[in-house]
Design a protein around this ligand. Structure first.
Ligand code: SF4
Length: 495
């Protein structure tokens, strides 16, 4: 009996030591289904289904997507096409985007076109180039007939400029262009902004403001190299912006960051709900360290896995819905009385490079480094290198380096993809009225069966609908209409 006991004990010791030295990779561990509830409906995702749809795909802020745009060729001269488009734009409201790339420091998760600079001389030269680019536009646009209905300053951190620099650009825009009635004039900032700057921006004509908060947890922000702003400071800023009567206050959050857990991210969402912004943009962290080299300092072991990311997102959808926010498109939430929500109910919502908008974005002119302009059948993008951009603008030319001229087929597919992201359905009769082709005939090559089988879409003779479950996979659904989809391009994963 004693001998048997010793044998058993030795065997147990041996097995324990063996297991201690073997780390079972996560992908070999048996995984359970991921069960969750979205807005009251129950869903279950098997590990295979998660794997099937967790693909590297574009976000479709444009179609065709930027990796397939081309440089100027002998047959296509994009600066020339851009000038022609400006001249041909008549009786049309436009959107104007001003890009300010500068930031005090770089956050490791950043996916924007940003430059770390605290050099007043560099920023001053850049401001002068923006002024020159605005002059170039003013000379080519019929400013008596064309009005701006939405002006957006993005970055980088536009509020990293001095008040004098911001005023110089803003006054020049007001001098060069007229505005439509009730224009949207918005600016992006981060929690570093001062109370005084908030007041200055309101006086300078901004009526909407967006705060890039990302998370309220100190360990998460520390792991991203980002200065921590606690809930008290954030609330103080938002309350002050509200007291200044900004019409729509947005907060950007990001899920999938290092050190995020279901518990700490849930607390962030609850705290943000208490602060009560009008809109929340909840972005999926785009982890592409092969392309964005600064992301290589992130320790991948600290990143939540796909199942966790999906559960953070679904949990956030439920918390925000319960708090009265409407889930808009892929990743935006707005209060019922916010104009984004009203635009959605009237099927007037648009989606572009800066996210969802209540204004149409058919004619968008981008000013500044890397800025994109888009017209019904043309995209053009400015220089990505700061010195090349400044040099090009100083020579009196557009700083355009690449673009894409859309065919009619591209325009049709872009319309479809916009509908998927904005309305989540396609009325096939409306489609036929607009494009003079039958949806089912036109897309007869596309196989929808897999998406139907997996409960992502319903495809009837007169409608194409994204299901509530399919809302989690809009990029996958849109990708079936993308005829250029190239799996070699490095996009972020969908989950
Ligand atoms: S502040 Fe915004 S734009 Fe600047 S580095 Fe951080 S995430 Fe990027």
């Amino acid at each position: 009996m004693v001998a048997n006991y010793h044998l058993f004990w030795l065997l147990q010791l041996f097995l324990n030591n063996l297991l201690k030295n073997i780390e079972i990779p996560l992908w070999q561990m048996p995984m359970n289904n991921l069960d969750f509830i979205i807005q009251g409906s129950k869903f279950s995702i098997t590990p295979d289904l998660l794997d099937k749809y967790n693909r590297q795909l574009p976000r479709y802020t444009s179609y065709p997507t930027a990796p397939i745009w081309t440089k100027n060729t002998e047959s296509i001269n994009f600066p020339l096409l851009f000038k022609e488009k400006l001249r041909a734009t008549k009786d049309q409201n436009i959107s104007l985007y001003i890009h300010i790339p500068f930031c005090k420091t770089r956050c490791s998760f950043c996916g924007c076109s940003s430059i770390v600079s605290n050099n007043p001389e560099t920023m001053g030269r850049y401001v002068n180039s923006i002024i020159k680019e605005l002059d170039f536009l003013q000379n080519r646009i019929d400013t008596k007939k064309i009005k701006i209905n939405s002006l957006h300053w993005g970055g980088g951190t536009p509020t990293h400029l001095t008040q004098t620099q911001i005023e110089k650009i803003q006054n020049h825009i007001l001098k060069c262009f007229g505005f439509s009635k009730q224009p949207e004039i918005s600016i992006e900032t981060n929690p570093d902004i001062s109370i005084e700057m908030l007041g200055f921006l309101k006086d300078a004509g901004f009526n909407r403001i967006s705060f890039g908060i990302q998370d309220l947890n100190e360990t998460v922000l520390n792991a991203c190299g980002r200065k921590f702003a606690d809930i008290k400071k954030t609330r103080h800023l938002i309350d002050h912006a509200r007291s200044l009567d900004y019409k729509s206050i947005n907060i950007d959050l990001c899920y999938g960051l290092p050190n995020q857990t279901k518990t700490n991210f849930e607390l962030t969402i609850k705290n943000i709900i208490n602060i009560s912004p009008d809109r929340i943009s909840l972005f999926n962290f785009a982890y592409i360290p092969q392309t964005l080299k600064h992301q290589q300092i992130i320790n991948p072991d600290l990143l939540p896995c796909s199942e966790d990311k999906l559960s953070f997102f679904v949990n956030a959808i439920n918390l925000l819905s319960e708090a009265g926010y409407d889930f808009i498109g892929m990743d935006h939430f707005a209060k019922k009385e916010d104009e984004l929500c009203l635009a959605k109910s009237k099927a007037e919502i648009s989606r572009g490079f800066q996210g969802y908008s209540a204004k149409p974005l058919t004619h968008l002119i981008g000013v500044g480094l890397t800025s994109i302009s888009s017209f019904p059948n043309l995209y053009v993008q400015n220089e990505k290198d700061l010195e090349s951009y400044i040099k090009a603008v100083e020579s009196g030319n557009p700083a355009i380096i690449k673009g894409f001229l859309l065919s009619r087929d591209d325009e049709i597919r872009r319309w479809i993809i916009q509908r998927i992201f904005c309305q989540q359905f396609i009325d096939k009769i409306e489609f036929e009225k607009i494009w003079c082709v039958n949806f089912n005939d036109y897309f007869k090559e596309i196989v929808f069966n897999e998406l139907i089988k997996d409960n992502l879409i319903i495809n009837s003779s007169q409608r194409f609908d994204v299901t509530l479950f399919g809302r989690l996979f809009l990029r996958n659904i849109a990708s079936i209409f993308d005829k250029y989809l190239d799996q070699k391009s490095l996009f972020s994963k969908t989950i």
